[in-house]
Write a protein that binds this ligand. Structure first.
Ligand code: ADP
Length: 399
């Protein structure tokens, strides 16, 4: 069975066509600048040369039309006809409290997705546009929604309720939701699989460190706490997001600088994090080079970032009584030995110890802890697309 996985952003669209017999990627690609001048698709069919398709794409529907045409193209395509695509799995950022697992999309689900727009005004509308465009272009193909928030719906109330008047939870559903759930679920399952253990017996902490970053405590296969909250702004310091700050800073700066709500939101989401501290870049490669060359603010940014990760890991160790497995994933977690080492420095008091030689690895599955350490430290490249395809397959098989 062949499944198409779609991840729609506001002006971008990522896709993968996966053959579930053997979980093999047949084709994948990225559409950029949808609705903006200079739209293009970078399309790769496995075993063939990359093609770049440059054509105006006024909306997601046009983009998807061209993606589907690329997938079935005689020369650079991956399948002979659209009929070979059995289902489409869509990444959806926010499922609110409506979805604790993936679902087959029907009218009731579309209503719930639209209701949840106010919880994720930037992310859910493009996800919905992608689903609607697919439904128009492939009306008889089943669609599945896979939510970034779903894995975290097992978090107990004491970890998701904020200490503000309870009525705001009741009226507006203000609570911790958590994000990157598909990634945290994938790497925690993969960790158990690699170690040959039952996930039910493991306390795992997963660190998804990329442009956006979050840490999750996974006990017995279930998320019991995570660092992102009502929005993906809470928790770790990120590329350009502040993560945790004293909320009183917000009205203070608004007053001093005469900022509007929109401007302060923009500052916290786009001008803060390691970019804000260093004044150099949000990209950890640039910061590592700058710090190496003696730039003190770059060094400080890396230290603020890693200290915060260490703090969350230690907090989750306390919540679960022990950590059996610590996983690093996503752009930074998979590739930066330095960041992994800096994070683990603060964990030595708990006998969580990284092996510097084994840690000299990037972009592949590896165990990097010292022999006698109390927790197994692992690097596991995430694979959200495969997880979405697996959920889609499972839902269709159970229909
Ligand atoms: P996204 O959240 O957009 O999916 P990724 O998981 O791809 O992000 O992570 C992107 C980030 O990974 C980049 O901003 C960069 O800081 C970091 N990164 C990628 N490669 C390296 C590397 N070799 N060393 C340090 N950081 C890296």
């Amino acid at each position: 069975m062949k499944i198409l996985v779609i991840n729609c952003g506001s002006s971008s669209l990522k896709y993968q066509l996966i053959d579930m017999n053997g979980e093999e990627v047949l084709a994948k690609g990225l559409v950029e600048r949808i609705g903006i001048e200079g739209s293009r698709i970078k399309h790769d069919t496995t075993g063939k040369e990359r093609v770049t398709i440059e054509e105006p794409m006024k909306d997601h529907k046009r983009a998807l039309e061209l993606v589907l045409a690329a997938i079935v193209d005689k020369n650079h395509g991956a399948v002979a006809s659209m009929d070979e695509i059995s289902a489409v799995g869509h990444r959806v950022v926010h499922g609110g409290e409506d979805f604790a697992s993936s679902v087959i999309i029907d009218d009731a689900v579309m209503d719930a997705l639209n209701r949840n727009i106010e919880l994720a005004p930037l992310h859910n509308p493009p996800n919905i546009m992608g689903i609607e465009a697919c439904k128009e272009l492939m009306p008889n193909v089943p669609m599945v929604g896979v939510f970034d928030t779903a894995f975290h719906q097992t978090i107990p109330a004491e970890n998701y309720i904020y200490a503000i008047p309870y009525e705001y939870y009741e009226k507006y559903k203000i609570r911790r939701y958590g994000f990157h759930g598909t990634s945290h679920k994938y790497v925690s399952m993969r960790a158990a699989e690699i170690l040959g253990k039952d996930i039910k017996d493991l306390n795992i902490v997963t660190c998804h460190l990329g442009n956006g970053s979050s840490v999750t405590a996974v006990q017995g296969g279930k998320s019991i706490d995570t660092s992102m909250g009502f929005t993906p702004l809470e928790g770790l310091a990120m590329g350009t997001r502040s993560g945790d700050i004293d909320p009183a800073i917000i009205p203070f700066i608004m007053d001093k600088e005469g900022l509007s709500f929109e401007e302060v939101n923009d500052m916290l989401n786009k001008k803060s994090g390691v970019l804000g501290i260093s004044g150099i870049s949000s990209d950890f490669r640039d910061l590592e080079i700058a710090a190496e060359e003696g730039n003190k603010r770059a060094e400080l940014a890396l230290k603020v970032f890693t200290n915060r990760v260490t703090k969350y890991i230690a907090a989750y160790a306390a919540q679960m009584c022990r950590i059996d497995v610590l996983v690093f994933t996503a752009g930074i977690g998979e590739n930066s030995g330095l960041i992994r080492e800096m994070v683990c420095e603060g964990l030595e008091c708990m006998n969580i110890m990284i092996d510097k030689e084994l840690n000299n690895t990037r972009g592949q599955e590896a165990i990097v802890s010292r022999n006698l350490a109390s927790a197994t430290i692992m690097v596991i490249p995430t694979n959200e697309e495969l997880m979405i395809a697996r959920d889609t397959l499972e839902l269709l098989s159970n229909r």
